[in-house]
Design a binder for this molecule. Sequence first.
Ligand code: PEP
Ligand code: MG
Length: 874
Amino acid sequence: KKYVYLFEEGRADMKNLLGGKGANLAEMTNIGLPVPPGMIITTEACKEFYVNDRRFPPGMEEQVREKMRVLEEKTGKRFGDPANPLLVSVRSGAPVSMPGMMDTVLNLGLNDETAEGLGRAADRRFAFDCYRRFLNMFGDVVLGIEHTKFERILERYKERRGVTLDQELPAEDLEQVVAEYRALIERETGRPFPQDPMEQLFMAIYAVFNSWNNDRAIVYRRINKIPDDLGTAVNIQVMVFGNLGDDCGTGVAFTRDPATGARELYGEYLINAQGEDVVAGIRTPRPISDLKEEMPDVYQQFASICERLEKHYRNMQDIEFTIERGKLYILQTRTGKRTAQAAVKIAVDMVHEGLISKEEAVMRVEPAQLDQLLHRRIDPRGSVKVIAKGLPASPGAASGKVVFDADEAEMLGNEGEKIILVRTETTPDDIHGIVAAQGVLTSRGGMTSHAAVVARGMGKPCVCGCEAIRIDYEAGEFRVNDLVVKKGDVISIDGSTGQVILGEVPLIDPELSPEFLELLQWADEIRTLGVRANADTPEDAAKARAFGAEGIGLTRTEHMFMAPDRLPIVQEMILATTTQERQVALDKLLPMQQGDFYGILKAMEGLPVTIRLLDPPLHEFLPNAEELAVEITRLRLTGGDEEELRKKEELLKKVRVLAEFNPMLGHRGCRLGITFPEVYAMQARAIFQATAQLVKEGVKVFPEVEIPLVGEVRELALLRQLVDEVAEQVMKETGVEFEYSVGTMIEIPRAALLADEIAREADFFSFGTNDLTQTTFGFSRDDAEGKFLHEYVEKKILPENPFIVLDQAGVGKLMKMCVALGRQTKPDLIIGICGEHGGEPSSIEFCHRIGLNYVSCSPFRVPIARLAAAQARV
Ligand code: PEP
Ligand code: MG
């Protein structure tokens, strides 16, 4: 079996076998770009490695040796030859990009002899600089010795010389560093450092395979939903050196600005440095535009390669390069990660440039990522105290308490604290802290440093390379000039401007860019699924409409009952012992509700508005029994007002009577309408009076009255009759004819199972998938998430939290059945969804597939839904 490919044997579309990095190296080799030669060990070999109890598959080693001979021929150097040694890099490369998550070893092939030889052939200082880097990386990645132990030795030499940069150390010092590193390795592993290059190579390959299952790779895959069984390829490539002097360098660049999407080369480089120096964020690199002056020829060549790669891949690229003695080499290209803002702009620009189609543009933007654009930013009108400025690495603004440690960030984040993780730089080991934080601030590193890349990927604000802040981990503080900011103090960061601000700041809502609007317009041309919003107030309805909602899919009328001026009246209504008493309260509520509906219907002029009649259990509107009991006891003990005491005791009695063991399965939804028809009648009247009023004013409105929690057709039949009667009365009273419809939520499995019967009485269905998920799984929607559901997901019993991502297998099966049965009775039955899933991209795709007419979600998710609905169609 073929386990090893030379670069020229591969292609870009072989990502699964060769990994992303390898496949692109192969592609670039074949289109004639200056790529140092190399080979790729397949992901297949990695998978077999795990099947074989972590042993290399038979034949793989021989193939590696054979290909090494090819590399020797190509370069005219020999692996392990003291006179002219061949050195290679060994890097992982999974089919899906996992930046910084796995391991890299550079300069492999060096040993005491080849280092001397390299010193003679090139330069002694350079040779020992490479050797010490190699010992460090090999020690860390392959032998598992902590990086800091190497770092400490190096620091000691720098201190002794009174210098701050590695390159300021002379050759003699580096030789001694190398000796100490070797001694460290022998001490830590009980074995001398392996001098045989072939042995080094196989140990490194072993380590890369192994790194597929190290902790941070596993966490990264879990967060990014990457399957665990893809395996990683191993890239072995001839080294080129960016650290041979001042005509050398290394860098990373994006073909367009990954933060804004602007069409200009965007990147950084370091002179006289090796690859990892740029990404690791140890030295702060210089902007790529400086290279134009410093090495104009190289810059021109690089710029034209970038353009070529972008045209070839028809996408923005993230390119690694090295300059060795004035000659440019390309070491990697991949699709560049970008902010949502950049993703939108690049997709739209590329359509205008004729590179991609509108459909492709719509597919290029991750709907969930749009969330970032709908993010808040600092109110420019407010006055803020800017204490420092760093690089604007990932847009959006955030405030939180300063935390210096990733573990602590995770802990506090889980407790619901808002925090800003502050580090000199971050490494992949800090990833859990970044996940838990509101934003990240670093004092070192550029726009492509780890912190920047990871934060952009997660859509979190990040300011990096903020050199004005000096962090003292031990003291738990950072200083800016004379100002001391301690752990726990609140700061704000603005990842769009790079500002660091003391204290919390006022944030404002975002505006949509012209490109964003254009992309959404294309999405609207493509999609067939409607998008509505869930909104309970005229303001929310107007916002939803501005975001492109084509109607209201759910108005929860109970939210209107919660207002402080209404709650006492609602309580009066609930606590009434006779129908007359209740009617008094209802008469007070009627004009209020009518006003609510008037506002919403008017805001949605010309569009349908689904208004759901009262749904939740009544005790949600009443005071808590325990608190009430405490108050009563206090009144008794202090001899308080007799009258008040009597009232409270009465109230407690009623609250106790209304209490239920399982309120979610109790006296709620249409069951309220059945037992207290006057409540639903009042609501229907409020809707229709508002409708009549608007029709009179010449406003076109389409109210859809919705009955919740139906499980049996007779429930709906009875309540529909009530609603129809009220409508008829209102038409008679007002002399206005108006259109309306009556339908039901589908949120009880029985309703889905008997949808053919229920459809007889319904003009429309709307899936309440929050309750439908609750009732199908038998999981309490209020308790499951905190109590056990996270473990279900961690243990992979369920792929996702079904209250967030629709359970297509179970709940989805009921939905599909319901759609078929409902349309069997009424072929044109309008069916939508208004549970939380209506704004979740994978669920939206499912809704499109099973033939729903629309999804409905919260206003700020409407743009996400429009895009996701278009993607479902493409
Ligand atoms: C639902 O159950 O999915 C729904 C939309 O209604 P609510 O969340 O108000 O119960
Ligand atoms: Mg519900």
